[in-house]
Ligand binder design. Structure first.
Ligand SMILES: [Zn+2]
Length: 42
């Protein structure tokens, strides 16, 4: 049996498609851009 922690550890890290940086602070799916690249003022 897997605990919830093990479940999340097995998830692949999302990476920004623009700069390749790992997206850590966004659990929601806003696409595949980090906060920096996804800035609306860009
Ligand atoms: Zn980025």
């Amino acid at each position: 049996m897997l605990s919830i922690v093990e479940f999340f550890k097995n998830l692949p890290r999302k990476k920004c498609h623009n700069c390749g940086k790992e997206i850590l602070e966004k659990a929601d799916c806003y696409g595949n851009l980090c906060d920096h690249c996804d800035h609306p003022a860009r």
